[in-house]
Design a protein around this ligand. Structure first.
Ligand code: SF4
Length: 383
């Protein structure tokens, strides 16, 4: 039986970064009523029978909350749900919001994994991204986290920032690994519809990085990190060893169940997915009146399940587990896609299916995930 993850969305940020489309507000005055509502929301669904082995504080900026509040939420989760003893408990930290005492406080209330949103070790790029922190803040935060006793530290970086070159990106990677983090996430800057950065791009206010350079930076990332003993386990994610992969994020890519709490948080208990409203005020009001804050629910069709299992599976270096997909959908994946698999394998986009009976992208294939995944969607076979 797959174990469940708990995701807690903390919807507050000090300032909105122009590239970000996650739900958060900058008005901090609702923090305390939000924490009370969150605990109440957890109590409302506490009859959930599944065993949970990850608890993830994301956002927004979870590190705007004091350790006491994070501690209360963790305590309640332990009281209300069936949480295993070796649960991975992660908090995302923005370097502009913590002190050494705060990090020690998080460690004291049970956080055992910390993910630091460094994004870049270059102040000019941080400025472009509209971050509230400087390179110095990032350096200090990583050192403080180690000193506080964290032995599972993740660093998030962004590449593809206008003005970036292979040289400046390599210098970011080098700086990151000097801290010997257990985990590294390297995300490509994307222009999400409706964000201020996307508007500026459309207005021609800056020149985005060329596609050819983006591909080069992607390949450079894999080459550099694998040469320094990091294992790539997902397109953008690398770990020092198998025990340091993000157990929580793996649930999203492995079609495992998760429960989300807080505004905009999504939950998935196969075959159902549902998500909360994107408004702190509405969320608090609903919960106060004894109603859950779910905005919409859907039951995934066979086609949707197929699409997600293929798309998410291909993101992982271990690929799609063909036995699992066959069992879940009652199909014969290899038989249906014999020709496609043969062609993609010959062209070097996927690796040999055997011996594991997994369909895995090659490094070259990873650059074309968005074109390759739809090749495995044939509705007719699912009816
Ligand atoms: S701090 Fe993080 S969540 Fe908040 S706006 Fe910036 S990128 Fe988005």
């Amino acid at each position: 039986m797959k174990q469940t993850g708990i995701y807690i969305h903390i919807p507050f940020c000090i300032k909105k970064c122009p590239y970000c489309d996650f739900y958060s507000i900058t008005d901090q005055s609702l923090k305390q009523p939000f924490v009370e509502a969150l605990i109440r929301e957890m109590q409302m669904v506490s009859s959930h029978p599944l065993v949970c082995d990850t608890l993830y504080f994301g956002g927004g900026t979870p590190s705007v909350l004091k350790p006491e509040n994070i501690g209360r939420i963790i305590e309640n989760a332990y009281e209300l749900f069936n949480i295993s003893t070796d649960t991975e408990i992660t908090i995302e930290v923005n370097p502009g919001t913590v002190t050494t005492e705060k990090l020690k406080g998080y460690q004291g209330v049970g956080i055992n994994r910390i993910n630091i949103g460094v994004q870049s070790f270059n102040d000019e790029f941080l400025d472009f991204l509209g971050r509230i922190h400087s390179t110095n803040d990032a350096n200090r935060t990583i050192k403080w986290a180690r000193k506080a006793g964290f032995d599972n530290i993740g660093i998030d970086l962004i590449y593809g920032i206008p003005g970036q070159t292979k040289k400046t990106w390599l210098s970011d990677l080098q700086r990151a690994i000097e801290f010997e983090p257990e985990h590294l996430s390297c995300y490509m800057l994307t222009y999400e519809k409706g964000t201020p950065l996307d508007r500026e791009r459309r207005q021609g206010r800056f020149k985005p990085v060329a596609d050819s350079l983006l591909s080069e930076l992607f390949e450079t990332t894999i080459e550099y990190l694998t040469a320094h003993s990091y294992v790539q386990y997902e397109i953008s994610n690398f770990a020092k060893n198998a025990s340091k992969i993000s157990r929580h994020n793996m649930k999203y890519w492995s079609f495992s169940p998760y429960m989300g709490f807080g505004p905009s948080a999504h939950s998935f208990i196969e075959p159902r997915r549902y998500w909360n409203c994107r408004s702190v005020k509405k969320y608090i009001e609903n919960i106060k009146e004894g109603r859950v804050a779910i905005e919409e629910k859907e039951i995934l069709s066979k086609e949707q399940r197929m699409m997600e299992m293929v798309y998410l599976g291909l993101r992982k270096t271990e690929g799609i587990d063909i036995d699992a997909i066959d069992e879940n959908l009652g199909i014969n994946f290899r038989q249906i896609f014999t020709e496609k698999i043969k062609q993609l394998e010959e062209d070097g986009y996927i690796l040999p299916i055997q011996p594991k009976n997994h369909c895995m992208l090659s490094r070259k294939g990873m650059l074309f995930l968005d074109s390759i995944a739809p090749m495995f969607m044939i509705d007719d076979f699912l009816r």
